[in-house]
Structures are given as C-alpha cells and as structure tokens.
Design a protein around this ligand. Sequence first.
Ligand SMILES: [Zn+2]
Length: 234
Amino acid sequence: MDTKIKAWWLGHSAFRIESPSGKVIYIDPFLSQNPMTPDDQKNPDDVDYILLTHGHEDHVGDTSDLAKKTGCKVVAQVELSHLLKKEGLRDDQRIEFNKGGTVHFDDFSVTLVNANHSSSYGGQYAGEAGGLILSFEDDICFYHMGDTNIFSDLEIYGEIYDPHVVAVPIGDHYTMGPQEAAICVDMIGTKIAVPMHYGTFPVLTGEPKEFKSFVNDYCDTEVVIPKPGEKFLG
Ligand SMILES: [Zn+2]
C-alpha cells in the first residue's frame, strides 16, 4: 500500500518518520552511541518531535542533546518527562502524558499504551514503560511496541486502533524473542511487521529471519526487514 508517511529504521528501536505534512518525528532516538545507526544518520538537524517509549538509555539516547539543538517537542511518560526537565528540557518543549492518553499535533496523534517492561533513567524511577500508537491524518496507524513481552491487551489494541504497521522487539534477553513476538503480531493483526531491538549488542540474539518464519506460521502479515538506516515506507 502507498502511504503518505515516510519511515526509516535507524537500528535498535529508533525510527524516523515524516508525517504527511512533512513533520519529522523520531521515536527512541538512540543514535550517536548506537552501533547500528549509519554515521550520516546519527546527528539529525531537522527534528520536530521526539517520542519516547521509556527511560532506558538505549531508548532516550540523544533526546536531551537533540532537544537543545533543535527546540523540538519531547513526548514522554510523565515521570520520565520530569527527569528530562532536570536535564534542561524546557517546559514549552515537554509534552507529558500517561497510559490511555492521546496527544494531538499537526497532522498526527500519539497514544501511550501498555508495554510489559521496566523503566528508569539515570538510576531514577521513570514511570512505567509503554508503547506508542501514532495515528496519521488520512493515513495509516503505526504501532511502536517499545520493549515488552507478550500480553493479552494486544488483541484489544488491534481492535481499537487497527494499526497498519507494527514495530516489534525480537532480540530476546531484555524483551521477548522471535516466537513470542510473532504471536504478538498475530494478536494485533497488522498488514506489516518490522522487527527491532535485535543485533545491537551480542546479547540480543533474536534473528529477524527466525521471526519472519514464525510470523508465516501464525498469520499472513508481511514481515519487512529494513537495513539500519533504510527507508521502508513511503
Ligand atoms: Zn531496550
């Protein structure tokens, strides 16, 4: 399907998305220290929004530096947002919310949903980990699961939001591995699934090919496996 949005996977759980009107959105911008991110994508200048799933360093990544440099808005769970304020994030850049809440921007909205994981930042409590559901005006819905294992709310999210694309952690060890991830895809019922949170570090052993083969066993969702830095939508 042709989408109006454009999306790139930048390695690990980091994504760049351009909305139909051209707003630039980064999800979990772990870039400068991310061994998978191509050098020319480690330090973007054009950022309008950063969206965070939780407080761990491999997700918050370059948020503070990018926010200072670009003046972008940072959308995060309320406790994490307050920790970023202590790091210098201005109040007019901070959009804090919590689970079930939706915030609306130019031509898209973001809903914070459940993830089954932990969350801290700089050793401090950062609220609960979440997933992010992005709904674009007259276009598709993109579900970024954050870090999680399987949980039964996923079927409900599939019914409510009917996401077209889901980004799924498959690396194992700190999140679910390929088989559990594939069953999540079946529960949510998307057209496209994109594996993430694998291969960045040796301990993240889940393989995208294994994930794809499990998905093929459970449902007819198309598995798209971008290279780090590659555009996979639009
Ligand atoms: Zn992680």
